[in-house]
Design a protein around this ligand. Structure first.
Ligand SMILES: Nc1ncnc2c1ncn2[C@@H]1O[C@H](COP(=O)(O)OP(=O)(O)OP(=O)(O)O)[C@@H](O)[C@H]1O
Length: 200
């Protein structure tokens, strides 16, 4: 369970939200409504106030880097700090399995400079999931992807949900929100509301 209590910055909130183990909450909302800022605050990437709990662990009781490893945010545009894709992954079999699932089995040997935007996005997702986070925050994870690659990403996310990971998914795609979200919320001027479909 990921529990958010009165999370806020000067630019959004307060927002309170509970995401159960294995639940995907899909958040839509107009451009500039505060969706990315909310995810960044949840991951403790920007200064913020409020409480965030993961199971019985309190974010404020652990160093920020430990929290960010547990609660992985994959932003809309990922950062790369080395020339080779492989340098962004810890050694081990988990990454290989993910790259297969994303249809990029050979990507470990590639240079970052050759990656298409869709490849970058899937590899950023694989990089985050390879660390086996306890909660996942996704900012438009398939915005750059075609239908087949979108299906691959959604299949991997379903596996994460099946193993009990709570997922917060920001998307501009209503069909994806319905496919993946067990609850649909909308961000409006920095506040979260239930969407009409979710109340029906
Ligand atoms: N450092 C900042 N200072 C002032 N305003 C900011 C800052 N960072 C973001 N904003 C503003 O806060 C608002 C919310 O930004 P945010 O990135 O969360 O939007 P979003 O809902 O994710 O939009 P999109 O769907 O376009 O990605 C925007 O109007 C943005 O310009």
């Amino acid at each position: 369970m990921l529990e958010v209590i009165d999370l806020r910055t000067s630019l959004f909130g307060p927002v309170s939200l509970s995401v159960a183990a294995g639940e995907c909450v899909a958040i839509m909302g107009a451009s500039g409504s505060g969706k990315s800022l909310f995810l960044r605050a949840l991951a403790d990437l920007d200064p913020n106030e409020g409480r965030v709990l993961l199971g019985d662990e309190d974010r404020d009781a652990m160093p920020a880097d430990r929290w960010r490893r547990k609660v992985a945010m994959v932003p809309a545009e990922s950062g790369w700090w080395s020339d080779r894709v492989a340098d962004h992954f810890e050694p081990g079999a988990v990454a290989g399995v993910l790259l297969e699932a994303f249809g990029l089995p050979d990507a470990m040997a590639w240079e970052v400079s050759r990656l298409s935007s869709g490849e970058r996005h899937r590899l950023a997702l694989a990089r985050a999931l390879a660390l086996k986070p306890a909660a996942i925050l996704l900012d438009e994870p398939t915005a750059t992807l075609d239908e087949a690659a979108t299906a691959q990403v959604e299949a991997v996310l379903r596996d994460e949900l099946a193993r009990g990971v709570p997922v917060v998914l920001v998307t501009h795609d209503p069909a994806q929100a319905k496919r993946m979200g067990s609850r649909l919320l909308t961000m409006e001027r920095g506040r979260l509301h239930a969407r009409a479909e979710a109340r029906a």
